[in-house]
Design a protein around this ligand. Structure first.
Ligand code: PMP
Length: 466
């Protein structure tokens, strides 16, 4: 490595970009292409606003990576972290030991979680938590005397993380194509994506049809070999795909009937995103295990976990043996203390009520209004996670002739240029702003979205991409 002077916010952008390109390899990135272009460097955050190294004031329509639920720049969380670092910066929770932050946070999560989801196993991220879930459900069936129950059914275009386990559970073909995934005994059924795949069926028919694929898969594999079904209540990284109303009730029926465990991956949908504490409540499902991360700490500290129902917990806990699994940072005291304070802020400030009664209704009307734009087909919004489908032909729900994602990427670039962060997934544009977003900020977000769509439309028309 090379030696250098102190790197701070005050260095010119080009210099920071050169250093970034020289030494920092980015996740999910064509790194050489980024090195040529130069990364955008974010320097500050406050509420729903970001500042970059060129002084742009950017409205963050994605709350970072769907995580900064209470908004950027909360001094209280900085203070909690500082205090905890001084008092007990770290101790583990292995070897018959515990500490107050891990205890207090677990109790709080159990209080918030529905039903008898009363037990928390900590991880450092959503990916790790899903790795835990794979080992936990297989361990559960081992202890139950059914060790052959190993198969976990998931869905194509699901996102469950980037570790070997998480990426295997996920159904991202681009991820499976790199690194020999999925690991054995994980299989995928089709997603309930009506706009893209529903053909001539009504959404209701399609929801049932896609849910029945779970039943068919269970029968094909043999019910006595299936350990669990995992799904996001609403697919996030797959493009904010809200399933038809018929989908989840049918999935719940099938899981109940065949006695297989239901894992709801609430990494995005947890902690207020959908207008309830958990997306499972919004979608009316009763999971045995929930995966959590992101909004648990609003991204102020890396922490995730699994919330586990009494039956699964007791079976594994009372097996008479250790559960041979855990992470150095399981229940990290600083992350736990920060997460607990974050949850208290969500409660004390009535942030979920704000989502339900103010931000969602206000945004929903304007978001729906985007369908009047010539490029926009459907617009979906649950709580504060939303998507629009870009299309050359709304009636036929058609795809662009260009490779999928070409137009979406163009649109995202226009958003960036207009100081709005919206993400694209293929040719869907998605948002998930901080839950504290105010009506006047929603106005700005929508105004910039319209402008970006207009520019994108003009651009692709001029280039014959339409
Ligand atoms: N599950 C879901 C539903 C997610 O959206 C994500 C992250 N986007 C993960 C798991 C993985 O979480 P992490 O990146 O914290 O490992």
């Amino acid at each position: 490595g090379s030696v250098m002077t102190k790197i701070t916010n005050h260095l010119p952008t080009a210099e920071l970009q050169a250093l970034d390109a020289a030494h920092h390899m980015h996740p999910f990135t064509d790194d050489a292409a980024l090195a040529r272009k130069g990364a955008r460097i974010i320097t500050r955050g406050k509420g729903v606003w970001l500042t970059d190294s060129d002084g742009h004031e950017i409205i963050d329509g994605m709350a970072g990576l769907w995580c900064v639920n209470i908004g950027y720049g909360r001094r209280e969380l900085a203070e909690v972290a500082a205090r905890q670092m001084e008092e007990l910066c770290y101790y583990n929770t292995f070897f018959q030991t515990s500490h107050v932050p891990a205890i207090a946070l677990a109790a709080k999560i159990a209080q918030l979680a529905p039903g008898d989801l009363n037990h928390v196993f900590y991880a450092g991220s959503g990916s790790e938590a899903n790795d835990t879930n794979i080992r936990l459900v297989r361990r559960y069936w081992d202890v139950k005397g059914q060790p052959q129950r190993k198969v976990i059914i998931s869905r194509k275009n699901a996102y469950h993380g980037s570790t070997m386990g998480g990426a295997s559970l996920g159904g991202m073909s681009g991820m499976h194509a790199q690194g020999g995934l999925p690991i054995p005994d994980i299989v995928h059924i089709n997603q309930p994506y009506w706009w893209g795949e529903g053909g001539d069926m009504t959404p209701e028919e399609f929801g049932i049809a896609r849910a029945r694929e779970l039943e068919q898969k269970i029968q094909e594999i043999g019910a006595d070999r299936v350990a669990a079904f995992i799904a996001e209540p609403i697919q996030g990284a797959g493009g904010v795909i809200v399933p038809p109303e018929t989908y989840w009730p049918e999935i719940q029926r099938i899981c109940d009937e065949y006695g297989i465990l239901l894992i709801a991956d609430e990494v995005i949908t947890g902690f207020g995103r959908t207008g309830n504490w958990f997306g499972s409540q919004t979608m009316g499902i009763r999971p045995h295990i929930m995966t959590i991360a992101k909004g648990l700490s609003s991204g102020y500290a890396p922490i995730g976990g699994s919330i586990i129902c009494n039956e699964v917990y007791r079976t594994v806990a009372e097996s008479g043996e250790d559960f041979n699994h855990g992470y150095t940072y399981s229940g990290h005291p600083v992350a736990s203390a920060v997460a607990l304070r974050n949850l208290e802020i969500i409660e004390d400030e009535g942030i979920i009520d704000h989502v339900r009664n103010v931000a969602h209704p206000y945004l929903a009307e304007k978001w729906k209004g985007l369908t009047e734009h010539p490029l926009v087909g459907e617009a979906q919004l649950v709580g504060l996670m939303g998507s629009i489908a870009l299309t050359p032909d709304k009636e036929r729900r058609a795809r662009f002739a260009a490779e999928p994602g070409t137009v979406g990427y163009r649109c995202r670039e226009r958003c960036f240029a207009n100081d709005l962060i919206m993400r694209h997934v293929g040719d869907r544009m998605i948002i998930a702003p901080a839950l504290v977003i105010r009506p006047e900020e929603i106005d700005i977000l929508i105004e910039r979205a319209w402008k970006s769509l207009d520019e994108c439309y003009a651009e692709i028309k001029a280039e014959g991409l339409l």
